[in-house]
Design a protein around this ligand. Structure first.
Ligand code: SIN
Length: 490
């Protein structure tokens, strides 16, 4: 029977290196707190370069045996891990909600979402085909063989503390790579719990290693991986600024990179759209995780003929949203992750108001709930001079921009260095074809607000990064192709 844990029993406060739970080399620790009220949840290992190096040593020692396992053996371990994650869905979901602040239902949902990548890559492990190249010479046989790239460093964000690390570790293990990982400093407990379940599933010692670290010491720990030529790949989800830093600093050892970076997603509502469907799609996409998602619509463009009606329909729904601590069953919007996050939201809203925006609903902090709460907000009369047009707000704020025609909407949507998600609502079939081609984004939602799936390629263009996660393409980033030419055959 698959083992189950309580949320408390899932908590690990040490690093996991070479199959053992170990304190940081110098014994340092840092506090993990509940974003709703700042209460201490646990103190965990605060790792440093020495711990990062120890993790790489363990991953290097484990690599030869792991890359030689049969794909079906790796698939079996991943299937056991998947079963353990699902058997512990409630406990993991509660832990996610506690340290990250998303509502309980979303915490449980994230567990299922993350687990779906583990199941997917368990299957993909057994489908890593190469090619026998059509014969070019009578005496030679030429083939292309796919091999694991080597040690992978996975650096993961706080907004999906389970799903993002699962969708990096699962393909790495499936491909035959070993892993060193560092979760965000705000949410290390979920990642450690996931690793505990991987240990339980039979991932051999050294194949998966995890270190936790505070913001400053984490930078130093990661620097050790960037310099270490044994680490062959970096996979990162987070800000574009950090992605660029990783690309620059890893250039010395020419690592392969997958970077899932910031977005500034446009959401376009044309006059001919089904407005109820558009409101539903916007609510689903925008308010997931309180707006703290890279694919959240950040700029909502509404055609002038339906602008006022759309604003009213949307505000009527947003006004009724329940804001509160994640642990309360009816909560729809939890706290923001930390003080920096709320400060940024407030700065964006203040700046928008100073540049002519109008509050339709919300537009303020909710100090009666705690320091990190912000009201779900709709702003009308947004324009391109506002800070919220140029950078992700990463919070529950919907700015409504007005447009007159399709060309204007597409140009405005593309007028950003970012290109992760984009959305549009229309009932015109020809426009669907035109606009989906014209949008500069890795993901396009057409009359749909919920895009993510383990079966679909997830990733951006432009400064939203490169590489794809999930889907039949998701293993490619963890493999290299070797050409083998066998001569003397004739
Ligand atoms: C992200 O916010 O980086 C990921 C969102 C998703 O997987 O849908």
């Amino acid at each position: 029977m698959t083992k189950t844990f309580t949320p408390e029993a899932l908590i690990r406060t040490e690093n996991f290196i070479g199959g053992r739970w170990l304190p940081a080399a110098d014994g340092a620790r840092f506090a993990v707190t509940d974003p709703a009220d700042g209460a201490l949840i646990a103190e965990v290992a605060d790792s440093h370069a020495a711990d990062a190096r120890a993790a790489t040593d363990a991953a290097a020692a484990a690599l030869p045996a792991w890359r030689d396992t049969l794909p079906k053996e790796r698939a079996e371990i991943l299937r056991r891990w998947h079963a353990l994650i699902l058997a512990n869905q409630d406990a993991l979901g509660a832990l996610i909600s506690r340290e990250q602040g998303k509502p309980l239902s979303e915490g449980r949902g994230e567990v299922a979402y993350g687990a779906s990548y583990v199941a997917w890559f368990a299957e993909e492990a057994t489908r890593i085909y190469g090619d026998l190249i059509p014969q070019q010479h009578r005496s030679k046989r030429m083939s292309a063989v796919k091999e694991p790239i080597g040690i992978v460093a996975a650096i993961t964000p706080w907004n999906f503390p389970l799903a993002m690390i699962a969708r990096k570790i699962a393909p790495a293990l499936a491909a035959g790579c070993t892993v060193v990982a560092k979760p965000a400093e705000d949410t290390p407990l979920t990642a450690s719990a996931l690793v505990l379940l991987a240990q339980e599933a039979g991932v051999p010692p050294g194949v998966l290693n995890l270190i936790t670290a505070s913001r400053q010491r984490g930078v130093e720990a990661v620097a050790d991986w960037l310099d270490d030529s044994r680490v062959r790949k970096i996979t990162f989800t987070g800000s574009t600024a950090v992605g660029k830093h990783l690309a620059r600093e890893s250039a010395g050892t020419l690592k392969k990179l997958s970077l899932e970076l910031g977005g500034n997603a446009p959401f376009i509502v044309f006059d001919d759209a089904d407005l109820d469907a558009a409101v539903n799609g916007l609510i689903a996409a925008k308010f997931r995780n309180g707006g703290q998602t890279c694919v959240c619509p950040n700029r909502v463009y509404v055609q002038s003929g339906v602008y006022e009606r759309f604003a009213t329909l949307l505000a009527d729904r947003v006004r009724d949203m329940a804001v509160g601590p994640a642990r309360e069953a009816n909560t729809q919007i939890g706290p923001m992750i930390n003080a920096r996050a709320v400060d940024k939201i407030e700065r964006h809203v203040d700046d928008a108001l100073a540049h002519g925006a109008r509050v339709v609903t919300g537009g303020k902090r909710l100090p009666e709930l705690g320091p990190n709460f912000y009201a779900p907000t709709v702003l009308a009369d947004a324009n391109s001079s506002m800070q919220l047009c140029g950078e992700e707000t990463f919070g529950p704020v919907v700015p409504l921009f007005r447009f007159e025609n399709e060309r204007e909407a597409v140009d405005a949507a593309n007028a950003t260095p970012y290109g992760l998600a984009s959305y549009f609502y229309t009932n015109d079939m020809k426009r669907i074809e035109r606009v989906s081609r014209a949008l500069e984004a890795g993901l396009v939602g057409v009359n749909e607000g919920a895009l993510a799936s383990e079966a679909a390629p997830f990733g951006g263009v432009k400064e939203s990064g490169y590489g794809r996660e999930g889907s039949k393409y998701g293993l490619d980033d963890y493999l290299s192709i070797k050409y083998v030419c066998q001569g003397g055959l004739a």
